[in-house]
Design a protein around this ligand. Sequence first.
Ligand SMILES: Nc1ncnc2c1ncn2[C@@H]1O[C@H](COP(=O)(O)OP(=O)(O)OP(=O)(O)O)[C@@H](O)[C@H]1O
Ligand SMILES: [Mg+2]
Length: 309
Amino acid sequence: MTTKPPTKSRFGDGPSTAERRGAPLPLVTQPMMPVDDSDRPDQTRVDNPLATLKPETASVLFGKNTIAMGQATATGKPQLAVAPHPSATPPEIGLTQHHLPDEEHDRRLTLMLDPDSERAASFRVLRHHLLEVGRPQCVVVSSARNGDGKTTTAINLALALAECGRAKVLLVETHLRRPQLASAFKLVPPWCFAEQLAAHRHQPMMPWSLVDIPSLWLHVAAINPRIEKTQLLDGPAFAIAMERLRLGGYDHIVIDAPPVLGSADVNLMADAADAVVLALRARVTTTRDLRRAIDQIGSAKVAGTVLVE
Ligand SMILES: Nc1ncnc2c1ncn2[C@@H]1O[C@H](COP(=O)(O)OP(=O)(O)OP(=O)(O)O)[C@@H](O)[C@H]1O
Ligand SMILES: [Mg+2]
């Protein structure tokens, strides 16, 4: 990791939020693919939508017709969490600059490695649909189970939102048992995000320590991979953290979360967020698991699903 001393930043320079929001969206190149799985048995794997797509394509299935699943995405518009009081004091943020080393990059960084690909375009479509359903500031990316493509989706959604500096984006990691952002970006977090959560629970006005990756227009709050893997997420601490970081000048905070099933962690995160996006692994995720995950989160918060090959 290449680091420079922390610098204070509250986004004093650059275009205003209103100016950035006025920036044109890139051409949407990937059509939406509505799926009707109503005839499938519960254990059917979610793979049919890919029949008409290239294998390397991450198709984006979003909105009203995403997956016929009871109340799921009934309106296509997640209910936004209550925003913090606008007059609240913004948090102090210390940034450590990180420059990606000139070596083989993690293949999950699609927007960076292959920006003109169909797969990259699909993540831009995801951005487009997310902005359409109410421009949620805080988005949790989860999935039914481990290995479904949460980190891939969270990274590329964050990169798509931040592309060319069009929005200020913070990518936050909360999957304590399988942290991946440090290795994906080849960085060592100056202060593990899980430890920061604990510290800020008692002292919410303490400065935050984040990593700034200027080449990707992205700020990252990563977990140190050496953390004790049995730790549980501190729900109240996470809620306090989101309330503070929302005031940090970010247009979007994308959370690379743990899986939904088997714990209530994602429920706590969803309570503090505006929307949840669920990643589905093609030919692996079952409709039964997806339905259970949506039931557990509550369909009102689920903005849509992303099928990852
Ligand atoms: N460094 C890597 N480069 C490319 N592909 C990887 C890398 N690490 C994992 N993968 C692949 O990505 C898939 C997992 O994707 P991803 O990490 O996005 O899922 P996840 O849902 O975040 O997983 P987890 O539940 O472990 O956090 C695995 O199937 C694995 O084959
Ligand atoms: Mg992951």
